[in-house]
Design a binder for this molecule. Structure first.
Ligand SMILES: O=C(O)C1=C[C@@H](OP(=O)(O)O)[C@@H](O)[C@H](O)C1
Ligand SMILES: C=C(OP(=O)(O)O)C(=O)O
Length: 433
């Protein structure tokens, strides 16, 4: 391998300092779609710069949505199309961006055009059948171009009628419910979405509802089972929207603070954040870390008493940040169990299998269940492990924490962090000593 294909991290003896977080992926891609669908111009401040957002911006261009960027900034202006995409025939490549693929599938299935949606090979292995089933209930014409239940998809004009109950399964990905919530107001009709069975990753639905409200659409809800959208509501630009820092990206730095000897502050996410992943800090606190909250920042420092403690926790509500706990477990006393994370199997890679394989390379004893992982740290981490990252940005980012254990570690294909955080390793170096 050439050095561009791997990154050798030297042991990090201490971390200290402040990180200005890049914008939230979940908020950036939702706002781009909502701003496009709205009437009026929206100024979007602090949009994330990463592959997933580039795919959404490219899709907007292909669909005839005009947007401009203020040079040298991450501030954009999106000209809303008032619910009607000008381009009625398009081929959209959406990479591996779930937050682009799922919401665009729903919005375009109702848009009266002919659209092909496809992505990288892994995207074609990530399920979408529950969303397609729900959209077919309102009359959408969707064809599977590869395997049933998976992208790529061909969407065609159809006669849509939403005045009914739309059932959707919630146990594979919450992005299906998010996609329906954002798209169904376009029908103009009363519609009730009924979540069938258990809904996973619930806090992401709060992000969706919060941002829809800012764009003028109110959703009535009955817990997590029923969501009612009254007809006749239209998306309207709120004028200016600010993108919060990314709470999942914050997890690596907060964990570094909890492990690595100094105080680390992340700016852009705090107690006021609408992202569920801010609650990662609560998990670190349960492990003994010292956490300080402010409206727009969080600080983490190691436990006053010395070592982090192992936990047995259900992390269904923070599936992305949960990966960071699996690696932080290397620094805890005892065996950590993370439960209710079966969705890891259908993300950028099979994260349960990948995590188990790579944690073993540094010497951990790992038990991999269908929906849980159990990690017992070794007495001494194995130096010079070469960590495979499976084109999964989060594998690369969370395994960088191994360097805090006083051992060198190699991260293969470090550029895969581009999905959500292209500058991750430089930012980490900025707080490392
Ligand atoms: O709606 C969102 O922005 C997301 C929802 C989660 O997916 P699932 O609902 O599939 O768990 C999360 O893992 C993903 O990174 C972003
Ligand atoms: C699961 C993730 O991404 P996606 O938005 O593509 O689902 C993730 O970022 O960890």
């Amino acid at each position: 391998m050439t050095s561009a294909e791997y990154l050798d991290l030297a042991p990090i003896s201490r971390v200290n300092g402040t990180v200005a977080l890049p914008g939230s992926k979940s908020i950036s891609n939702r706002i781009l779609l909502l701003a496009a669908l709205a009437s009026g111009k929206t100024e979007v401040k602090g949009l994330l710069a990463s592959d997933d957002i580039e795919r959404m911006l490219e899709a907007m261009t292909s669909l005839g949505v005009k947007w401009t960027q203020t040079p040298g900034t991450r501030d954009f202006v999106v000209e809303g199309v008032g619910g009607q995409f000008p381009v009625k025939d398009a081929d959209l490549f959406l990479g591996n961006a779930g937050t682009a693929f799922r919401p665009l599938t729903a919005a375009l299935a109702l848009a009266g055009g002919t659209y092909k949606l496809h992505g990288v090979p892994r995207m074609h292995e990530r399920p979408i059948g529950d969303l397609v089933d729900a959209l077919r209930v309102v009359g959408a014409d969707i064809e599977y171009l590869g395997n049933d239940g998976f992208p790529p998809l061909q969407l065609r004009p159809a006669s849509i009628s939403a005045g009914r109950r739309v059932p959707v399964k919630g146990n594979v990905s919450s992005q299906f419910l998010t996609a329906l919530l954002m798209a169904l107001p376009l029908t103009g009709e009363d519609v009730t979405i009924e979540v069938v069975g258990e809904l996973i990753s619930k806090p992401y639905i709060e992000i969706t509802l919060n941002l829809m409200a800012r764009f003028g659409i109110k959703v009535e809800r009955n817990g997590w089972n029923e969501f009612v959208i009254r007809g006749g509501q239209i998306y309207q630009s709120p004028g200016v929207v600010h993108v919060e820092g990314d709470a999942s990206s914050a997890s690596y730095f907060l964990a570094a603070g909890a492990i690595g000897g100094g105080v680390v502050r992340v700016e852009g996410v705090g107690s006021e954040s609408i992202q569920g992943d801010k609650r990662f800090a609560e998990v670190l606190e349960q492990m003994g870390a010292q956490i300080t909250w402010a409206a727009n920042h969080i600080e983490a420092a190691p436990p006053a008493t010395g070592k982090l403690k192992a936990l047995d926790v259900d992390l269904n509500h923070i599936p992305d940040a949960a990966m960071t706990i699996a690696v932080a477990a290397l620094f805890a006393e005892g065996t950590t169990t993370i439960r209710n994370i079966e969705s890891w199997r259908v993300k950028e890679t099979d994260r349960l299998a990948a995590m188990a394989t790579e944690l073993r390379k540094v010497g951990a004893a790992v038990e991999e269940g269908q929906d849980y992982i159990r990690v017992t740290p070794p007495a001494d981490l194995i130096p010079h492990a070469a960590i495979d990252t499976y084109d999964d940005h989060r594998m690369a980012m969370c395994f960088s924490l191994v360097a805090l254990g006083g051992v060198p570690v190699r991260i293969n294909d470090p550029k895969c962090t581009a999905k959500t955080f292209p500058t991750y390793f430089e930012v980490l170096a900025g707080i490392s000593q």
